[in-house]
Write a protein that binds this ligand. Structure first.
Ligand SMILES: NC(=O)c1ccc[n+]([C@@H]2O[C@H](COP(=O)([O-])OP(=O)(O)OC[C@H]3O[C@@H](n4cnc5c(N)ncnc54)[C@H](O)[C@@H]3O)[C@@H](O)[C@H]2O)c1
Length: 384
């Protein structure tokens, strides 16, 4: 099958820039896709960070420290931008104005005002496809839960809990980085960092919080600054958002939590739904298994644990045999984004990347959560 080549520029050659390069290098793992990304141009303000790409990605022919050079390159069709949050507004707007498609990293602007500016640029450039990175819903267990929601298998929903828990900041001796500073990560702290991952599926299901009461914690207050001294950690480590969801037909409590300091959790993303006819649970802690508990009045309650097949949005060469992991979820997300570029918004993908509108909703929720934490009150959401 001949494949449409999509030429990519990468802005931000850190952790996530490399993760994309790794997914692009493993494109042969996907079956039945008639498109392929080729990274041609990379950019990092710290130019030595581009060296890894030069050494490991044969298709990279250009590297720059100035992203405007990359945007002026006619041999770049689309851009992946993975830079600190304070840069999202300027860079995303410039990318969109350059006419190149964009997969931007969450939170899609450091705060609500930055996000609104990005949303205005998107509205002014409908010809450009813009999506927000969020890979966990591509895990097969999460896809199974999305199918069950579409099939209305839960009856009346009793409650929902979703979270993303890390212990990456449990060690107080870990040196401070940009994610612990308000100027670069934003007031949202862990919500900006992890929250879009948690909100993606609930928002996709139409479960909009009518209000939120937030409990935000700062646990490690100072960290080594890497220069022999100590520096203040300014951002929230953990957040618990207790929301009341109201849809046209249902009302139920939903707890969304994002934690940088959750002992025992390395990178745990989960969603639990309890309902009168069925309940389900999926966690990347146990990535193969998805649990479902059907319920008939008076009948026994028995959880059914399924080793869910490696089946996400796109087929893979060995998926029927082996299990799925984090890098597979990244590969699937990239396939969904490239599919939209290759085939337009009407492509046949079973699950599409997070939309800018979903990222914008997360900003409204996190802004209300900050207000709730400051006032100690429940804050109503206005989605109009
Ligand atoms: N989807 C995910 O699972 C996931 C995971 C981690 C981080 N992220 C997001 O990815 C983004 C980047 O995070 P990261 O962990 O890769 O950060 P990182 O610190 O590893 O990399 C960021 C890179 O951006 C570069 N940079 C800074 N200013 C720049 C500029 N003006 N022009 C070009 N490059 C510049 C830095 O030098 C650095 O190499 C953030 O938005 C973060 O929230 C997403």
């Amino acid at each position: 099958m001949s494949k449409k080549e999509i030429r990519f520029g990468v802005i931000g050659c850190g952790l996530m820039g490399k993760e994309f390069a790794s997914a692009a290098a493993r494109w042969l793992h996907l079956t039945d896709v008639d498109f392929i990304p080729r990274i041609t141009h990379v950019c990092d303000a710290h130019l030595p960070a581009t060296e890894w790409f030069r050494q490991n990605v044969a298709s990279v022919t250009r590297a720059t420290a100035d992203y405007r050079e990359l945007l002026a390159d006619p041999e770049v069709d689309a851009v992946y931008c993975a830079v600190p949050h304070n840069l999202h507004q300027q860079l995303y707007i410039d990318i969109i104005k350059s006419g190149k498609h964009l997969l931007g990293e969450k939170p899609f602007g450091i705060d609500l005002a930055a996000n609104e500016a990005i949303m205005r640029a998107i509205a002014d450039h409908p010809e450009v496809i813009v999506r927000c990175s969020s890979e966990f819903p591509f895990f097969p267990g999460a896809q199974r839960i999305a199918e069950w929601v579409a099939q209305e298998k839960f009856g009346r929903i009793i409650e929902v809990e979703a979270g993303f828990w890390h212990s990456s900041d449990l060690d107080p001796n870990k040196t401070i980085n940009w994610k612990r500073r308000i100027a670069t990560n934003g007031e949202y702290g862990c919500m900006g960092d992890l929250g879009m991952h948690v909100a993606h599926l609930p928002f996709r299901f139409g479960w909009m919080p009518a209000n939120v009461r937030a409990l935000l914690s700062k646990i490690v207050e100072r960290r080594p600054d890497g220069k022999g001294g100590m520096a203040d950690c300014e951002t929230w480590d953990n957040a618990i958002l207790a929301c009341e969801v109201k849809t046209d037909t249902q009302a139920f409590p939903m707890v969304l939590s994002t934690k940088r300091i959750a002992p025992g959790h390395a990178n745990t993303w989960f969603i639990r739904i309890s309902g009168t006819k069925g309940s389900a649970e999926y966690s990347t802690k146990n990535p193969k298994q998805v649990a479902f508990l059907p319920y008939e009045p008076g009948a026994e309650q028995a959880w059914h644990m399924t080793d869910v097949p490696y089946k996400s949005a796109y087929g893979t060469i060995t998926g029927g045999i082996f299990e799925f992991g984090f890098s597979d979820s990244i590969l699937q997300m990239w396939a969904a984004f490239c599919d939209e570029i290759a085939h337009g918004r009407d492509n046949q993908a079973s699950f599409q990347c997070a939309r800018p509108e979903e990222a914008a909703m997360s900003h409204k929720l996190f802004t209300a959560a900050l207000e709730s934490a400051a006032s100690g009150m429940t804050v109503s959401m206005n989605w109009s």
